[in-house]
Write a protein that binds this ligand. Sequence first.
Ligand SMILES: C[S@@+](CC[C@H](N)C(=O)[O-])C[C@H]1O[C@@H](n2cnc3c(N)ncnc32)[C@H](O)[C@@H]1O
Length: 259
Amino acid sequence: MSRHERLRKRPFDTLEDNSYFAHSPIFSIQRHLARPLVPASQKFFHLQCRDRSGFPTETMSDYAGHLRRARIRQASLRDALAEHFAERDEFVLEIGCGHGHFLAAYAAAHPEEHCVGFDLVTRRIARAEKKRRDRELNNLAFFKAEVDEFLFGLPAHVRITRIFLLFPDPWPKKRHWKHRLTRYDRLERLAARTSDHGDLFFRTDDHPFFEWTEETIRTHPAWEVVPERPWPFEADTVFQGFAPRHYSLCAIRCPSKPT
Ligand SMILES: C[S@@+](CC[C@H](N)C(=O)[O-])C[C@H]1O[C@@H](n2cnc3c(N)ncnc32)[C@H](O)[C@@H]1O
């Protein structure tokens, strides 16, 4: 059993009351191991939030800090996007672009299109940015951003003409489906920012996830699956390089259907 699992199994009170550890022969080691899981601000223990198993997750004070940091991050992303799109009104988007392999190749092959990729992970964006600089691609930009924050921060006049969603995390467990990037409400938000007849290209190596996404897109009034549409551009992504096979889907934003 891992240290994390061991600590999860303990009732919270035993963590709060160090006597549990005091009677243990390896008290100091356990106290040391427990430290990263227990917030530093001990005085806020009574305000502890717990997950479903009762394990302490964040203190209220941490939560307030989390909200404050999120507001700062969102404001700075909004400013960066406003500056970037001051003189542009449409672009090609890659969501979860990882190291930027695909979008850098796409932007090099389509100098007339403006391309933007974003990803949650800072070091991936740093590597993508290096590709952009090395190849001197002036029609390409990368942002470190979360998908909902990106769409929320996008200036109102800007429209997406083409979306690539390549090998997003499949989140196979049902209780994790809410994290999927192809969730119905995300498709809704994407549709609201996509121009009429704009296209969405989705690819994954996970067949159940592919079927789930295809079904979600089919049920969404703003998108129409277009099986005959050819994949517009091929360049391996990191995950495509690992995958023995993959499944691709194209959809268009229906002008006649509301978001
Ligand atoms: C499985 S990787 C695929 C990366 C790349 N598209 C490829 O094919 O190599 C999924 C990527 O999506 C990013 N990601 C996951 N959830 C995200 C979110 N909510 N907003 C932005 N990026 C996200 C991850 O950081 C990760 O880089």
